[in-house]
Ligand binder design. Structure first.
Ligand code: MG
Length: 379
């Protein structure tokens, strides 16, 4: 049962190219299916979240991260009466524009593109679904519904928003100019994204050995759930049960964040009482943590930032990854024929190079770098 403020596929603002409706699926289900079948989606398996793909088989990749975001998003959507299909479509697509090598790769590509309009991964996700996927006879991209595209464009600089607005008046960039919110489903995906990576980065961080359980236990937010788990299951303190204790702690932490978002959002919705999806876009941020949950998750985020994302070993890999991206960019800019033919044929040179590099998986980028420079980094 959808609430009045949920996005209704029947009332979708539609696709950029008109298509007949599908006989058995609504517009958002169809979007989700198009995303799952896209090339960019399959590449997520081999793209870094925090750890490089070849560093271990059990670390999250952008693919498993996206699946976790979809799972969390859908279960929250169901409780709030929001559109689960739309949440799933946005969640599965939200990282399609990520470069290889995670944030290090994106920062490097942004530096390379400084004089050519820069590089933003959210905008790139939109480019992937609007232009870069080549699957249909009559149009570029996947021709997704407005609501899915709106959710994919999570952030956008004012400068890029103005550009996009010129190409698509009243389209997905308009809210960055007006200062309104995206749909509640899109807001939900942003929160589900944060809940997912805070939890799985602890798991991966501990698994990698880069952070010690004892260190995480110093974060009061984590310590609180660990204590709960130990009180109910004292045997979890046995050394051979350390991994189960970690999972039980993360599980409790995750559930509490989910319940907090649901309760806080229900209260916000009651107060704002939007009577349609559009009215909800004008209400300010509605999907939210309570103040206390937000500050606790912020603490955890700061911990992960300083102890994991800034860990010397992660930083060293990131530096090498940035070298790979910079050098690939330089080589392809001078020798466009080194790219695959559909990219070397494009005339807007620096953007074509950026699109080509952004689409690469970690290992393809490392292999290409070795082929073109003779140096072996990152493998
Ligand atoms: Mg994400």
């Amino acid at each position: 049962m959808l609430e009045v403020f949920a996005c209704d596929p029947q009332a979708s603002r539609g696709r950029r190219y008109q298509e007949a409706p599908a006989p058995t699926r609504n517009a958002f289900q169809r979007d989700r299916d198009r995303i799952v079948h896209s090339t960019a989606f399959r590449r997520l398996v081999y793209k870094t979240q925090v750890f490089l793909n070849h560093e271990g088989d059990l670390f999250r990749t952008r693919m498993t991260h996206s699946l976790e975001v979809a799972q969390l998003g859908r279960s929250i959507a169901r409780s709030l009466g929001l559109n689960e299909d739309l949440v799933e479509a946005i969640a599965l697509a939200h990282d399609l524009g990520h470069t290889p090598f995670g944030h290090a790769g994106q920062d490097a590509l942004n530096e390379c593109m400084q004089d050519h309009g820069g590089f933003e991964h959210n905008l790139q996700s939109l480019r992937v679904v609007d232009q870069l996927e080549e699957r249909y006879p009559d149009f570029d991209g996947l021709n997704l519904s407005f609501e899915t595209r709106e959710g994919i464009l999570k952030h956008c600089s004012k400068r890029n928003a103005v550009q996009l607005e010129l190409q698509e008046p009243g389209g997905v960039a308009k809210r960055f100019i007006d200062g309104t919110q995206p749909s509640l489903e899109a807001q939900l995906c942003n929160l589900a994204d944060a809940i997912a990576y805070n939890a799985h980065d602890i798991d991966d961080g501990v698994r990698s050995g880069l952070i010690k359980l004892a260190q995480v236990q110093e974060v009061p937010f984590f310590a609180h759930y660990r204590l709960q788990a130990v009180e109910q299951h004292p045997a979890l303190l046995l050394p051979e049960r350390a991994r189960r204790l970690l999972y039980e702690t993360i599980r409790r932490m995750l559930s509490d964040q989910v319940y907090d978002v649901i309760a806080t959002t229900q209260a916000n919705l009651k107060k704002a009482a939007p009577l349609s999806a559009d009215a909800a876009r004008r209400c300010g941020p509605v999907l939210a943590f309570s103040d206390s949950m937000r500050s606790q998750t912020q603490e955890l985020k700061s911990f992960l930032f300083s102890q994991l994302y800034r860990h010397p070993q992660v930083v060293q890999t990131s530096t090498q990854a940035q070298t790979v991206v910079h050098e690939l960019f330089n080589v392809y800019t001078k020798n466009p024929h080194e790219m695959s033919p559909d990219f070397s044929a494009r005339t807007e040179a620096p953007r074509a190079v950026a699109d080509y590099i952004a689409g690469m998986t970690d290992r393809f980028a490392a292999k290409e770098h070795e082929r073109l420079t003779g140096q072996r980094l990152l493998s």
